[in-house]
Design a protein around this ligand. Structure first.
Ligand code: UD1
Ligand code: MG
Length: 450
């Protein structure tokens, strides 16, 4: 935004009692990312110059999440929950540092869009001292009501304090607002707690600004954008809205989703052009799929990279650290974890490849298992370029299969195999001529006698 500085204050001190969870509310996830993480990602897109997060006193986990999401955020603790204005003032030091625009947003409102926050800031740039975001909820009970006159906002009346006439107002307070940095502190410090709940209401900023002869305005957004998450049911509703947005964005970017409503995406899923995703695929966090790849039905991917034109699934599982290079084929019931699968490798059926490298062009037969865990530590398997691993082989790590080597079916490989060698790690086959026929004859003789 045209050279103006912006401090965003994120309120996240709520206890989230209604989630009935031991986890702090803002750490619950939507599309594989915490509620707080979504808010911080949105703030990044409007290029705020500073972010202050207000936490409750026992929110150690939240600060770890905040640091993961943004290195630059400052954390403040609100020791007693005495209202939204009190919470904002917990970040007083950040406000004093100075900014042209101050945005106050809630940590439990993950669907807010950057353009909406930008519009609030534009109202401040335009001369308003306070700009408040409103919406018209299907059920307004519990929300503060916005008393307006044209675009001017005259007051916000909390539901508990509103009279019958004020309660008929459809436009409600979404909770988010922008303040002019020059007057913000003056306004905030005048807020008192003479109301039914005895709390310091941020919403009183409007009346105070007007008493100071300053302009206050209201803007309107859609209900789903400002949906606050208080319960697990609302968390599921937010997930549905987010999934819809992510699928639309993927379709617009040139991805083919055969049955979009069955594909579950993460907020950070990156799908290239001409990627095809068949029905019923789940993307956990941290997945990148390069151009032209196909993810077939019922596959589950997380923390994985899928190279150009690769084919994954149906029924494949790519776990964190799975790196598939160009043209790799991973088929049904194959699990890959922490493994580099080089270009052109085929592993089409029933395998586990973990803590490994599979060299370019190698063929991994059905039922191949890298035995990477000895009960105490993990060990690596290295399969050379162009190697051929026969079906139902167990590669007991640490072990190396040389380039171009051949492992006979059913082998248990416990020692390194040199390049271009054949390894048969199984017992010699014995044959007893006529044995099966003699068994059958004996059985029928016993039956006749009985
Ligand atoms: C608030 C608004 C109300 C609006 C509604 C929208 C005020 C006074 N009221 O009401 O007009 O319609 O949001 O959802 O602002 N928080 C703290 N510390 C506190 C109190 C709150 O960090 O001491 C945080 C909460 O974690 C939450 C947010 O501020 O993220 C809003 O608080 P909440 O108690 O939910 O306010 P509401 O009563 O819903
Ligand atoms: Mg609330």
């Amino acid at each position: 935004m045209s050279g103006r500085t912006c401090l965003a204050i994120v309120l996240a001190a709520g206890e989230g009692t209604r989630m009935r969870s031991s986890r702090p509310k803002v750490l619950h996830a939507v599309a594989g990312c915490s509620l707080l993480g979504h808010v911080l990602a949105t703030l990044k897109r409007i290029e705020t110059s500073a972010v202050a997060i207000v936490l409750g006193p026992e929110h150690g986990d939240v600060s770890a999440d905040a640091r993961k999401n943004t290195a630059e955020s400052q954390l403040f603790v609100q020791f007693e929950r005495r209202g939204t204005a009190h919470a904002v003032l917990a970040a007083k030091a950040a406000i004093e540092a100075g900014a042209d625009d101050i945005l106050v947003i809630f940590g439990d409102t993950p669907l807010i869009r950057p353009q909406t926050l930008a519009a609030l800031r534009a109202a401040i740039a335009d001369g308003a001292a306070v700009a408040v975001l409103g919406f018209k909820p299907a059920d307004p009970i519990g929300y503060g009501r916005l008393v307006t006159q044209g675009p001017e906002l005259l007051a916000i009346v909390e539901h508990a304090d509103a009279n019958d006439k004020e309660r008929t107002i459809a436009l409600c307070n979404a909770g988010l607002m922008a303040l002019d940095g020059k007057v913000a502190l003056k306004i905030l410090e005048r807020i008192g707690n003479a109301n039914r709940k005895g709390e310091y209401y941020l919403t009183d900023a409007v009346k105070i600004a007007r008493d100071m002869k300053l302009r206050t305005v209201a803007m309107e957004s859609t209900e789903d954008e400002v949906m606050g998450i208080n319960t697990k049911a609302q968390l599921a509703d937010a997930e549905a809205v987010m999934q819809h947005r992510l699928r639309q964005a993927a379709l617009e970017a040139g991805v083919t989703l055969v049955a979009p409503e069955t594909v579950h995406l993460a907020a950070d899923t990156k799908l290239g052009r001409d990627v095809t995703v068949e029905p019923y695929v789940v993307f956990g966090p941290g997945v990148t799929v390069e151009d032209g790849a196909t993810i077939r039905s019922f596959s589950h991917l997380a923390g994985a990279h899928v190279g150009k034109d690769a084919i994954v699934g149906p029924f494949a599982r790519l776990r964190p650290g799975a790196q598939l290079e160009e043209g790799v084929h991973i088929g049904n019931f194959v699990e890959i974890k922490e493994a580099l699968i080089e270009a052109g490798v085929k592993a089409n059926h029933l395998s586990y490849i973990g803590d490994a490298r599979v060299g370019a062009g190698a063929n991994v037969g059905a039922g191949t298992i890298t035995c990477n865990y000895d009960g105490a530590a993990k060990h690596r398997t290295d399969i050379g370029k162009g190697a051929f691993i026969g079906s139902n082989s167990a590669l007991v790590a640490p072990v190396k299969i040389g380039d171009g080597a051949y492992v006979g079916s059913g082998s248990v490989i416990t020692a390194d195999v040199p390049a271009d060698a054949l390894a048969l790690g199984r017992g010699r086959q014995t044959v007893k001529e006529g044995w099966a026929k003699r068994l059958r004859d004996l059985k029928s003789l016993i039956k006749k006698k009985a």
